[in-house]
Design a protein around this ligand. Structure first.
Ligand SMILES: [Zn+2]
Length: 235
């Protein structure tokens, strides 16, 4: 019995080792052949919110999208020193048309989700921490006088629109408030970038943050809510 356990442990370690070498060395070296590059793991101003994004190879983009993400996060850090922009899901490293479930459109290296910026509820100060461990599913929902698009979508039967809230823990929600200034500046910087074609953010936040760029569009009820992250795509 002990021998079987030892053998199983050895196999697990071997598999983990091979997987790590593949993910951290082989795939990043091969992806450029397919026109994609990895987003940085150790950049000072641009980081993955969770290491799982990198280990699962969900952080590959076209070179021009890497440039957008890097320059925007650098610029934001200049405006608000100490600010870190966190990326969420991007694309897989190879082949167009292979979607990154559950994001059906993230299949060509041109799409990237970025986390919002937050303030600590207790003292109103900037924090690099986030209410959701994965960046998705803890919403900054509509206030009383704002357009309630999630409700409209649910009324039309689009049950998936707010679904992430059901599966992501909400216990940290009250400890954070949306950082309107940084999140607005991030979106404005992105919209001003030549390579950016579209940005998705929930309509009530577009209104609340005073965003007016024609690149900021509504994604439709068939997608999921965008009041927990910003979706960007390049031309
Ligand atoms: Zn997206």
């Amino acid at each position: 019995m002990a021998k079987v356990k030892k053998y199983g442990f050895f196999r697990l370690m071997l598999f983990s080792g091979i997987y790590l070498v593949m993910s951290l060395v082989i795939v990043p070296l091969t992806a450029p052949l397919f026109g994609r590059v990895p987003l940085p793991l150790f950049n000072k101003h641009l980081k993955p919110l969770t290491i799982a994004t990198v280990l699962l190879n969900r952080h590959y983009v076209k070179p021009q999208l890497l440039e957008v993400a890097r320059s925007t996060s650098d610029e934001l850090n200049k405006m608000y020193p100490g600010t870190v922009t966190f990326y969420l899901d991007a694309n897989f490293p190879f082949f167009n048309g292979f979607p990154l479930i559950p994001h059906l459109s993230h299949n060509d290296g041109k799409k990237l989700d970025l986390a919002f910026h937050y303030l600590r509820q207790s003292n109103g100060e900037y924090t690099p921490q986030h209410p959701s461990p994965i960046g998705y599913g803890v919403f900054s929902g509509p206030l009383k006088d704002e357009q309630d698009q999630p409700e409209r979508c649910e009324e039309q039967g689009f049950w998936q629109y707010s679904f992430m809230e059901q599966i992501v823990p909400q216990w940290n929600k009250d400890k954070f408030i949306l950082d309107n200034r940084r999140t607005k500046s991030l979106t404005v910087l992105l919209a001003s970038h030549n390579s950016i074609e579209k940005i998705f953010i929930e309509p009530h936040l577009k209104q609340r943050l005073g965003l007016s760029s024609p690149k900021i569009r509504y994604h439709g009820c068939r997608a999921v809510r965008h009041d927990d992250h910003i979706h960007i795509q390049v031309k």
